[in-house]
Structure formats: C-alpha cells, structure tokens
Design a protein around this ligand. Structure first.
Ligand code: FES
Ligand code: FES
Length: 168
C-alpha cells in the first residue's frame, strides 16, 4: 500500500539501535527523537537553531535536531545523550568531568554541550582552552558561567589521552 503523501518511512540507527518508523514529512528530528523514540534527553529550547540544546551527532557530525527534518536522517547514524555513557553503564570521561567540575546546574544545556564536545574531542584530542571556547560558542548556558564546562572539556581530553585527570 502506498504511503500518504505527507508521511515517509525512514530507517535510522540511534545509539546503536536500528529503528524503522513512519513519520510526517514535516516532523523535526528533535520531535522524532523525543516523541517517537522517547529519547527526551535531547532538549528543545529555542527551536530555531540558536541555543544548541538540541544538538546531536548525525554520522559523527554535530547537528541541530530542531533544524533537521526527521526524514533527512533516513539512513543515518545518530548519537544522542542517551548513547554517550560507556557500554557498562559507567560515565563517559566527559560526563565524569562535568560532574567533577560542576559544569552543570539545571542541566538543560548539558546534552547539547556534551554532544558538541564529543565531536571536538573526536576531531582534536588535544584542544586548547580557546578551541573549547570556540566550540561551545554556539551552545547557550544560563547557569554555569562556562568556566566549569571549559575545565571539564580539557580534563576529559586529558583522560581520553590516557593522562591523569588534572587536579581540580
Ligand atoms: S532548540 Fe535547537 S538550537 Fe535551540
Ligand atoms: S546548566 Fe542550566 S542552562 Fe546550562
């Protein structure tokens, strides 16, 4: 049977799990993740690409889920905040560093901060403070003052390089 013209069936791998769903062609990726897949860790703030709260990795690249249609992710691999922790359930070094450096308060921006920084650390294992600041310049946080976030990112980079976490 043909699909209604305003619906499409898409296949996406999200956090390692394959999903095949039929979605309205106008549905945002952020709504698809939150309402269809129940992955509510991807937050929605501005819904027009400014705040960065909805950032996810699509085929390894950061993307604003509020600026993508779900149908555009057909055939893609997506990583959301729910997929960042290690397979054994322990925190990813970035999550652990955020906790130790008090890099989150209300936590609204945190999923987008973490996914954005995951991309940075994959591209550049030894970022400078300036690199981190430039990377998160598109992610708005109303609580932390950013200092803890920058320290956490540099700390996590050191841990991922196999170095001892710097003293706080
Ligand atoms: S909700 Fe997507 S950038 Fe703000
Ligand atoms: S921790 Fe509250 S907005 Fe960033």
């Amino acid at each position: 049977m043909n699909e209604p013209v305003d619906m499409r069936t898409i296949s996406v791998k999200v956090n390692g799990v394959e999903h095949r769903r039929t979605a309205p062609v106008r549905m945002l990726l952020s709504d698809f993740l939150r309402h269809e897949l129940r992955l509510t860790g991807t937050h929605v703030g501005c819904e027009h690409g400014v705040c960065g709260a909805c950032t996810v990795l699509v085929d390894g690249r950061s993307a604003r889920a509020c600026l993508m249609l779900a149908v555009q992710s057909d055939g893609c691999e997506i990583l959301t905040i729910e997929g960042i922790a290690n397979a054994d359930g322990t925190l990813h070094p970035l999550q652990d560093a955020f906790q130790r450096h008090h890099a989150l308060q209300c936590g609204f921006c945190t999923p987008g901060m973490l996914t954005t920084l995951m991309e940075l650390l994959a591209d550049n294992p030894s970022p400078t403070e300036e690199d981190v600041k430039i990377t998160i310049s598109g992610n708005l946080c109303r609580c932390t003052g950013y200092a803890g976030i920058v320290k956490a990112a540099l700390d996590a980079a050191a841990v991922l390089r196999g170095e001892k976490a710097p003293e706080i």
